[in-house]
Every structure is written in C-alpha cells, then in structure tokens.
Design a protein around this ligand. Structure first.
Ligand code: SAH
Length: 448
C-alpha cells in the first residue's frame, strides 16, 4: 500500500498542475442513488439499489469464512461463478454458495483480488453519502489523536483499515494528495475528491495514482491535479520541523508520514551521537537527530532529487550544516565501504524501501534485510543503537525479528530489543486486516 520506490515516477501528464473545471458543482452529484460520472451506462448488475437478486459474485462452498471474519479481500480462487457480467469498479453483491448475501464489494475483473469489501450490511447503499460518512469517520477518528500539535501533515485515510480499500489520502498543510490503488475508489474518484474538498477545503487535491501496483489492478497510471492549483512549493511541519514535499514527483505521496513517531524517538536518543542514516530520503531521521544534539549525521540515499530536498530541509530549519554529510550512493555498497574504512557509529538507522511487496518475495527480501543489518551491526560501537525497519507487507513482524536475530548472530554481537515500533497512529491497522501492519521496526542496543 505504501511502497517506497528507489526511483521517482515519471508519469506526469503534460499539464498536471491545474484541475479541469468541469466537475465542481458538488450538490449536483451528491444525491442518493446517483451514479458517479465515470460510470458507464446501465448494467445488468444493480449498482446501488440493493435488489441483488442472483446477480453478483458467488463464492465456493466454505469460502465465505474470510468475509465473515471481516477480511476485506475476495480472491479469485474462492469464487465459484460471477453472474451478470459486472465491469471493474461496479458495486456487486457477494453471496455464499447458497446464494445468501455476504457483502457489497467493488469488483475488479483484472485483479487477483477480484473484489474488495465496501459493506457487510445488505441495506447499505454505496453512493456519495456512503463515502462522505466513511471519510468523515476517518477524519473524526484522527481529530481525537492530537496528531496536529506542531504538525501539519496527516494521513487522513488509510485504505482498508479505514474501510475504504485502495484509497490513501495524505494531507500536507493545505494540500491533499490522493492515491488510488484499486478499481472501487477509481470509479468514485471525482465523488471522493468533492467530499475531501467539502470537508477539508484544501487549496489543491493532487492525485498520485502512479504506483506500480496499479498495473496489477489493470489501472492506468495517473499523476496530476484533481482540484485547485498546486502551489509552487509544498511544505509540511512535523513536530515543529519543516520539510519540503515534492507532491508531484516525490516518492509515495511525497513524504513518509508513517515514521513520524519513530523519528521523534530517534531525536530523544541522538544526543552526542555519531549517526548513520541509511535510505534517508528527504532527511527525516537526520533532521530529528541533528535537533536532538547528534555530533554528526551521515545520510545516504540513491535518489539525488531526495538528497537535494534534504539539504534544503536542513536550511529550512536553521540546523547546523557542519554536522551533516549527504551521500548519493547505493546503501549496500556504501555500508561495505564504511566497514572497509573502519568507520563506526553510535546510532544507525536502516529504513529501506519495500523489499517484499507480498509473501512471495519474502525469501529474497530476507537476504536483503539480513545483509544490511549484518553490516549495520558491524558498524556500531559497543553500546550503540540500531533503528531497523521493514515496510514490506510480505514480511511479518515475527519473521523480521528472526532475520535481525540471524544478522546479529552472524555479526557476532549480542543485542537487546529496547523498542518495538510501528507506523504512527494515523496509519491504523484494522484487526481483521493484519496485512495493514506493513511497517515494523526494532530498536536494538548492542552490548557495551
Ligand atoms: N527514512 C525515510 C524514508 C525512506 S524511503 C524517511 O523517513 O523519510 C526509502 C528510500 O530508500 C528512498 O528515499 C529511496 O530513494 C532509497 N533507496 C532505495 N534503494 C536504495 C539503495 N539501494 N541505496 C540507497 N538508497 C536507496
């Protein structure tokens, strides 16, 4: 869902920074039983009138269990037949082998995940009111978390975990970035944009629907303004630190909001340390470490664009450039070089991109994690701290800990876990969707 990509996307349309003016009259399109304007003409499957009949998806015998446990994905392998020739994005009823109603879901003909859950209530109408309710609930839930103290960035909608599969919405000051990853929200994108405009009044809603995973869903890549105009510079304040956000070309939606709390923890432990920040992107952990009194911070990333913004971020916050060194390099090679040079550090951060998007990649990913962590342990001084992360959905917390234990063993160090870390509270994990817990981290202290 929230992949970290080594390279920026280059899928920008030719004039991305201005919204088309055609879709602005909100009221016209919020009446009950309306169809979104991107929907195609009448279909055999009733989309919003919940008369279902025999239309929709029929599951194989016994395959209703996952939906009954409220897991939001309906895989192609569990489907007996599909009646009514729905189109991708249509809302279809999902039924058990006996024809009993189980759920309303968004159909996608092109995906292994054939449908994603909208609602388990048969009387629920999936229309603009449904989305307004869901979006309002997600926003209200965050308002109670006190996340906006000294911060202007927040994940407003965290896809499946907020009951809106395939929809990510991040806010940076008065700019909103929306990322659509599946056919359901793709169908409703204009309605969703209108609701966000109504509820948050941003100066711009920018769409970053250009992650590689869209190809798996049979969706075209899209990158451009949906509402308003993109300001020439976008900035987010996080715990009082200012960061430039490249909304149009940066990674993900431009910034890694999920590490907010973990960065703050780093700050509290960095005083007097020589710090190594690997996969630094725009310098998040580096700036916190500097503000926390680090003696020096060496930051490494393979993206020149990200490092440019990182250096600007340093100035933005009036932090001491003499203590900061930026290196444009491949971390795997850079760690070996540092080892060969005999360099050592008091605090090392390893926050690599997603090595394993799914469990199928776990083995290869495990080798990558082990490699960098082994090198990380070797570069740590006695008593030093390793902040190590995985944002791979395909690597469980348990497996990650095992990999790190193997790395410490091979490095010949004793280490203790002093913190188990996760994404910030605006990235909640639905209990029935453990896949939502993609970010896991450990803080380890090697023996002194
Ligand atoms: N810690 C960052 C987020 C890291 S995202 C933050 O708090 O904002 C992962 C980063 O790894 C990206 O910036 C990407 O450019 C970088 N990256 C990916 N592969 C890399 C490699 N092999 N060597 C160095 N950097 C890499």
């Amino acid at each position: 869902m929230t992949d970290k990509k080594p390279n920026k996307s280059n899928n920008r349309p030719s004039t991305p920074h201005r919204a088309s003016q055609g879709n602005r009259d909100f009221r016209k399109r919020t009446q009950r039983n309306e169809r979104p304007e991107s929907a195609s003409p009448a279909r055999t499957v009733p989309v919003h009138a919940n008369t279902g009949g025999q239309a929709g998806i029929f599951l194989k015998e016994g395959r209703e269990k996952s939906l009954q446990r409220r897991h939001p994905w309906i895989f192609s392998g569990g489907i007996e037949r599909i009646d009514g020739a729905p189109a991708s994005g249509d809302t279809v009823p999902v039924r058990d082998a006996n024809g009993q109603f189980l759920a309303w879901a968004a159909y996608n003909a092109s995906s292994q995940i054939t449908a994603r859950l909208w609602s388990l209530r048969e009387d629920e109408i999936i229309d603009a009111d449904f989305f307004r309710r869901k979006i309002s609930l997600a926003i209200a839930a965050r308002a109670g978390l006190n996340l906006d103290r000294d911060s202007t960035g927040m994940r407003l909608i965290h896809a499946e975990s907020d009951g809106l599969p395939g929809l990510i919405v991040d806010q940076y000051g008065d700019v909103i970035v929306m990322q659509i990853g599946s056919a359901g929200p793709e169908r409703w994108r204009e309605t969703i944009a209108d609701i966000l405009q109504e509820l948050r009044s941003p100066v711009c809603i920018y769409e970053r629907s250009d992650s590689d995973s869209r190809a798996l869903e049979g969706l075209e890549l899209r990158n451009g303004v949906l509402r308003g105009e993109l300001p020439s510079a976008v900035e987010v304040i996080e715990n009082g630190l200012r960061f430039g956000v490249d909304v149009a070309d940066g990674q993900k939606t431009g910034f890694y909001l999920d590490q907010r709390d973990n960065r703050a923890l780093t700050e509290t432990l960095a005083d007097g340390c020589d710090v190594l920040n690997c996969f630094c992107y725009t310098g998040g952990f580096s700036l916190y470490a500097l503000r926390g009194g680090a003696k020096s911070v060496l930051s490494i990333d393979a993206s020149g664009e990200a490092l440019e913004i990182a250096a600007q971020n340093l100035n933005r916050n009036g932090l001491d450039a003499d203590r900061a060194e930026w290196q444009d390099a491949d971390v795997f090679a850079a760690l070996r070089k540092l080892r060969d040079q005999g360099r050592t550090f008091d605090l090392i951060i390893l926050d690599p991109p997603k090595f394993a998007p799914t469990a199928a990649f776990a083995e290869k990913a495990a080798r990558g994690y082990k490699d960098i962590n082994l090198l990380g342990f070797k570069l740590l001084r006695p008593g030093g701290l390793l902040f190590t992360y995985s944002c791979s959905g395909g690597i469980s917390e348990e497996l990650f800990q095992k990999i790190i234990a193997g790395a410490a063993l091979d490095a010949g160090v004793d280490a203790q876990i002093i913190h188990h870390l996760h994404a910030s509270a605006d990235h909640p994990v639905l209990l029935s969707f453990p896949e939502g817990a993609y970010l896991k981290g450990l803080v380890l202290r090697v023996a002194g």
